[in-house]
Design a binder for this molecule. Structure first.
Ligand SMILES: Cc1ncc(C[n+]2csc(CCOP(=O)(O)OP(=O)(O)O)c2C)c(N)n1
Length: 622
């Protein structure tokens, strides 16, 4: 590592001669592949932006100039170049570096990201703050073509074009979201990259740009000068220009010299500019170039072969969901599946192989996906939107206003509910119970095992109105031996009879609850065990049943605030059932850091040991 080992800040980088930067890029790629092979992480996206990241820190005066990384999964090189190389082996681990930009981690991280399509809005806001302060730094948003399918992008462009302030949007176009990018916007970008018409339009660029007020002359002479040096790659993006945003590109985003020449010009333009760069996802590492989707987010792997080290063997909740939906789709011809750009990780891709005409990939557009589902339901179909808990957060009002208000029969299959682990604060799915269980008409369920997930989907398809079924990441088991009492609206399943105390387990925490129960029994405690099943509604009959207990414990993998336990406690008091000593076990109302799922359950006392200790302490004191 001739060059990389000497770079501890962007100032060190800026001292390098431009001719050595391609070698630095090579060193960074080796370092990245080696490192991520040990920690896991977002490899392919980062390999594609090595040159871009070097060029940005080389041309800009960071941290005075601000870079906002959309999603932020591609900010690893940025971290490596901004003084975090030596801690890179702690990436995504408890107490280690975050896998996403995090201002508390570094002054070079300007904005927290993790969810897509936010960077232009944030950058426009930062540019507005700069202008109010009469400052003059650059604000740059780096956003991928996948993230460009999200609706906020267009709200931000609308705002940026009107404000006319200095802002640089770099559209990193690799043709990929996690899978191949989809939709009309993606087609438009592909046309920009390839169409003959646009190449021919290059001759008109100069006259078109001369008409642009304020910077017309400067931009026009820039284009003329650049044309010679930039291999005639500049064309005219009429969509952006029509919004008042100067379009530059497309240029080769893996050519460092071309990037630097272009950035040095556009950074001085005093208006919103969109620079369209074309990059290769996974560049420089053959397995990732060949399978950019598999190496988008990857576990530990062998560098030579590209083979995963921790092979997935057990069936996951996502697998069970996918199989069940395919089974249901065969008889119920009005079931549709929807994904927001995550067909493979949600199981919707498998449904598509059987029923392509009833499968919809809407792009990274969760807000739209929910209202689109509402439209399908209004048209007589039963849409199933399979989505990660954390991303459904973006659709609160669409759920409430567009689905629940009309009591439409839409099913939300909420994967990665609860703690997700290494992706950390931005991705933990610990809020869904709190934002769903208070919605009128919404039935909210969680299975304790794989058999129950399948039963709950059957139940939801047969029912009416909206349903949310939440299940966690990872292997699913049949913890209750697969034998379950039929599902009845609002009613939990009684697992073990008991006296004095009832422990109500909500969802897949059942395994740990049963482990804690075994230890309590050994010590002479005799609590009853329930499998909660429904966070909303909670049947009156069950509340009445709880009258016979003195202590009520609830366990869930959600934040306590607004979660299952609080909902149950409020339901008891609404029924005037007083005098119960209730203790809710779950996660505190805070953003939970990265770490393995097990570590985090242990840390917050939601594992078997924590549950056992809490219950034992309370019952012993009483
Ligand atoms: C709101 C939201 N939905 C889904 C995701 C999951 N996700 C992470 S990266 C990604 C694809 C992003 O594609 P693009 O912006 O083109 O970046 P690339 O990885 O191709 O560089 C998706 C769908 C997310 N981070 N945020």
């Amino acid at each position: 590592m001739k060059y990389l080992s000497k770079i501890n800040s962007p100032e060190d980088l800026r001292k390098l001669d431009i001719k050595n930067l391609p070698l630095l890029a090579e060193e960074i790629r080796s370092f990245l592949v080696e490192s991520v092979s040990k920690t896991g992480g977002h490899l392919a996206s980062n390999l594609g932006v090595v040159e871009l990241t070097i060029a940005l820190h080389y041309c800009l005066n960071t941290p005075f100039d601000k870079i906002v990384w959309d999603v932020g999964h591609q900010a690893y090189i940025h971290k490596i170049l901004t003084g975090r190389r030596e801690r890179f082996d702690s990436l995504r681990q408890l107490g280690g570096l975050s896998g996403f930009p995090k201002p508390v981690e570094s002054k070079y991280d300007t904005f927290c990201t993790g969810h897509s399509s936010t960077s232009i809005s944030a950058a426009v806001g930062m540019a507005a703050a700069r202008d109010l302060n009469h400052a003059n730094y650059n604000v740059v948003s780096v956003i991928g073509d996948g993230s460009f399918t999200g609706g906020m992008v267009y709200e931000a462009l609308n705002n940026a074009g009107r404000m006319k302030t200095k802002l640089l949007i770099i559209l990193n176009d690799n043709g990929m979201s996690i899978s191949r990018n989809v939709g009309a916007v993606s087609t438009y970008l592909t046309n920009l990259r390839t169409s003959k018409a646009y190449n021919e339009a290059k001759t008109d660029v100069k006259s078109a740009l001369s008409k642009v007020p304020v910077v017309g002359e400067a931009a026009s002479s820039f284009i003329s000068a650049s044309k010679k040096g930039l291999k005639k790659t500049l064309v005219y993006g009429e969509f952006f220009e029509g919004l008042g945003i100067m379009y530059v590109g497309p240029i080769d985003g893996n050519n460092i010299k071309e990037l630097i020449r272009t950035l040095n010009k556009v950074k001085n333009l005093n208006k919103p500019v969109l620079l369209h760069i074309v990059t290769k996802k996974g560049k420089g590492y053959a397995p990732a170039e060949g399978h950019p989707d598999k190496f988008h987010g990857v576990g530990r792997f062998d560098v030579q072969s590209g083979e995963l080290i921790d092979k997935k063997t057990d069936e996951t909740y996502g697998d069970v969901f996918s199989k069940t939906l395919i089974r249901l789709g065969a008889t119920k011809k009005n079931i549709c599946a929807i994904t927001a750009a995550m067909p493979d990780s949600t199981g919707v891709g498998s449904f598509k192989r059987f029923y392509p005409e009833r499968t919809f990939d809407v792009g990274i557009a969760e807000e739209h996906a929910v209202t689109f589902a509402a439209g399908l339901a209004a048209g007589g179909y039963i849409p199933v939107f399979a989505v990660y808990s954390t991303f459904l957060q973006r659709s609160y009002d669409q759920l409430l206003h567009d689905v629940c208000l009309q009591n439409l029969h839409v099913i939300f299959a909420i994967d990665r509910a609860g703690i997700v682990g290494e992706d950390g604060e931005t991705h933990q799915g610990i809020f869904d119970l709190s934002f769903l269980s208070h919605m009128p008409n919404m039935t909210v369920m969680a299975p304790c095992c794989k058999k129950e997930l399948s039963d709950m989907l059957d139940f939801a398809v047969k029912g009416s109105g909206p349903f949310a079924i939440r299940y966690p990441k990872g292997a699913a088991d049949n913890v209750l031996g697969g034998s379950s009492q039929p599902i009845a609206m609002g009613m939990p399943q009684k697992v073990y009879e008991g006296k004095r105390a009832a422990i109500i387990s909500f969802g897949a925490v059942m395994k740990d609850v049963l482990e804690a129960y075994r230890r309590l029994i050994k010590e002479g405690f005799t609590p009853a065990i329930y499998n909660g099943r429904f966070a909303s509604p909670i049947a009156d009959e069950f509340l009445e049943e709880l009258k016979s207990y003195e202590y009520i414990f609830t366990v869930e993998d959600n934040i306590l605030s607004g979660g299952y336990g609080e909902k149950l406690t409020c339901s008891l008091s609404a029924k005037r059932i007083f005098g119960k000593k209730t203790v809710n076990i779950g996660f505190p109302q805070k953003f939970i850091e990265a770490g393995s799922r097990r570590e985090l359950f242990e840390k917050y006392g939601v594992d078997d040991k924590g549950i056992y200790e809490t219950i034992k302490d309370v019952l012993s004191d009483g």
